[in-house]
Design a protein around this ligand. Structure first.
Ligand code: ATR
Length: 260
């Protein structure tokens, strides 16, 4: 039986096992997917289990997306550019790190028919997922990316990787078509202290639980289109699954129900 894991710390909140085990069953694969909380000191040994094929694939979440890199043999271009790994697998004798958050973000937007071509995008926040979102937006041909974070140094660090990005002071709001909340504000019902009085724009929140953050609720009430990060999450999982099992699993109503 093949074994897959998602590793992180904390990890109890992760819905990846529900999603992957659903697809494993649907596709009649002899495998199981579990979550495991690790300490940083355990990463090397855990990844080595892939080498001897005790396990067959690893998803990586906060806070290890960058920390696993030094234990891997080869990295995809997405990882080289974003310094972030969410999917690990073995190919030949090599342990490979890939980042399906990039494709997950793109496929999620396409699924929701949000077109970023020639659009100006404002990203709020500079946490671990932001480089993946920027990579994705640039590859889809957006016109302009503004990046704004409460702690400006973190945004400036991201600019070192993506020179095209324009860093703005926190609370300075430019003219934009799409705004993306990539901060953690909203996870517990809090509201971002920002005045975004616009209408007919697209408001996207990476958070999908709760389904509608205060950021999205206000935006909807002001007459904007809103979208949460549910499809990004589903598609990053879908892409990991297809790398490990050579099957692109179906995203249907049953799958959507798993995430509530
Ligand atoms: P990750 O775990 O994904 O790497 P993180 O590093 O915890 O995420 O980042 C969370 C993001 O939410 C950061 O951009 C953080 O801003 P700071 O860099 O200034 O800390 C942002 N964030 C968290 N609480 C916030 C708040 N009350 N107001 C504005 N931004 C906030």
């Amino acid at each position: 039986m093949k074994k897959f894991f998602v590793i992180g710390n904390p990890i109890s909140h992760s819905l990846s096992p529900e999603l992957h085990n659903f697809w494993i069953k649907k596709n009649k694969i002899n495998a199981v997917y579990d979550k495991i909380k690790l300490e940083e000191s355990e990463l090397k040994d855990f990844i080595n289990k892939l080498r001897n094929e005790e396990i067959h694939g690893i998803n990586v979440t906060v806070p290890f997306k960058n920390k696993v890199i030094k234990y891997l043999d080869k990295l995809s271009l997405e990882v080289e550019t974003t310094d972030s790994v969410n999917t690990i697998y073995k190919s030949g004798n090599d342990i490979i790190g890939h980042n399906t958050d990039v494709a997950g973000f793109e496929l999620g937007l396409r699924h929701s028919k949000i077109n970023v071509l020639h659009k100006s995008i404002l990203i709020l926040g500079a946490g671990g997922v932001v480089p993946s979102i920027i990579y994705s937006l640039l590859s889809m041909g957006c016109k302009k990316i503004f990046l704004s974070n409460r702690t400006i140094e973190k945004a400036e660090n991201i600019k070192k990787k993506f020179d095209e990005v324009e860093v703005l002071e926190w609370k300075k709001i430019p003219d934009f078509d799409i705004v993306i909340n990539a901060t953690s504000v909203g996870l517990k019902g809090e509201s971002l202290d920002l005045d975004l009085n616009t209408k007919d724009k697209v408001f996207y929140d990476v958070i999908y639980n709760p389904k509608e953050t205060q950021f999205l609720k206000k935006a909807r009430e002001n007459g904007n289109r809103i979208e949460n990060g549910k499809f990004m999450f589903i598609y990053q999982a879908n892409q990991s699954f297809s790398i490990w099992n050579n099957i692109i699993p179906k995203i249907d109503d049953e799958v959507l129900k798993i995430l509530g």
